[in-house]
Design a protein around this ligand. Structure first.
Ligand code: ADP
Ligand code: MG
Length: 217
């Protein structure tokens, strides 16, 4: 589902190039869940951006669902994101002017893959069925992130990329949101790459990898 081969990524800085990823190899099978761990600044978000085709590696190859990201143009990468990937970030990135229901439908509509029965089931499982007509600002943080997770999973992506998805929530809420995310991913046979620095959050996933000094150990 996801494969990185000898991926190298550096950023230009006033002090010269900063190498963030050096010869990174990683592979994730369909339906598998993987936690990407490492200290702040270790390159976790950079790796996730490369996997999402939001940025390109300097060297090496990133393949998503059998397609090489760097051989696709910008439009091709956007299409791959719409059709194959779900993205969840620490910030919820909901659309404030859209209702809960319209936020939930947004990605599926953009991908031309809206399924009303699945939308209804999602609303129920997210605990948002009674709140469908509300707006994001009227929801708690936990409810907003549940909605963001539902929006990402509404088109039934094959791979969910999540960057510290519970990082903005208190511990109890984080546990509930994580449990829900993992159950939805499992039930839809979606592969998961989740960035977290928390061993507790990483524990229930199939595998854990650590990024240190630009390398995976
Ligand atoms: P993490 O998500 O593990 O905290 P990041 O991938 O966000 O790490 O960042 C890794 C390193 O790269 C950090 O030192 C960060 O400051 C630097 N960095 C990230 N993005 C950029 C950028 N666009 N330009 C320059 N440096 C960056
Ligand atoms: Mg990060």
């Amino acid at each position: 589902m996801l494969e990185l081969r000898q991926v190298h990524k550096a950023y230009a800085t006033p002090q010269g190039p900063l190498t963030v990823l050096a010869s990174v190899d990683l592979s994730l099978a369909a339906g598998e869940s993987l936690a990407l761990m490492g200290e702040s600044g270790s390159g976790k978000s950079t790796l996730l951006h490369l996997a999402a085709g939001l940025d390109l590696p300097d060297r090496g190859e990133v393949r998503v669902a059998g397609r090489t990201i760097s051989s696709l143009g910008e439009a091709g990468r956007a299409r791959l994101r719409r059709e194959t990937l779900g993205l969840v970030f620490q910030q919820f990135h909901l659309v404030p002017s859209l209702s809960v229901l319209d936020n939930l439908r947004l990605q599926a509509r953009l991908a031309g893959r809206e399924r009303p029965d699945w939308t209804a089931e999602l609303l129920e499982r997210l605990g948002l069925a009674g709140l469908a007509r509300r707006y994001p600002e009227q929801l708690s943080g936990g409810q907003q992130q549940r909605l963001a997770i539902g929006r990402a999973l509404a088109p039934r992506p094959a791979l969910l990329l999540a960057d510290e998805p519970t990082g903005n929530l208190d511990e109890g809420t984080a546990d509930e949101v994580l449990e829900l995310l993992l159950a939805l991913v499992r039930d839809t046979d979606c592969a998961l790459l989740m960035v977290t620095h928390s061993p507790r959050v990483a524990a229930p996933l199939d595998r854990r990898l650590h990024l240190t000094h630009g390398r995976i150990d």
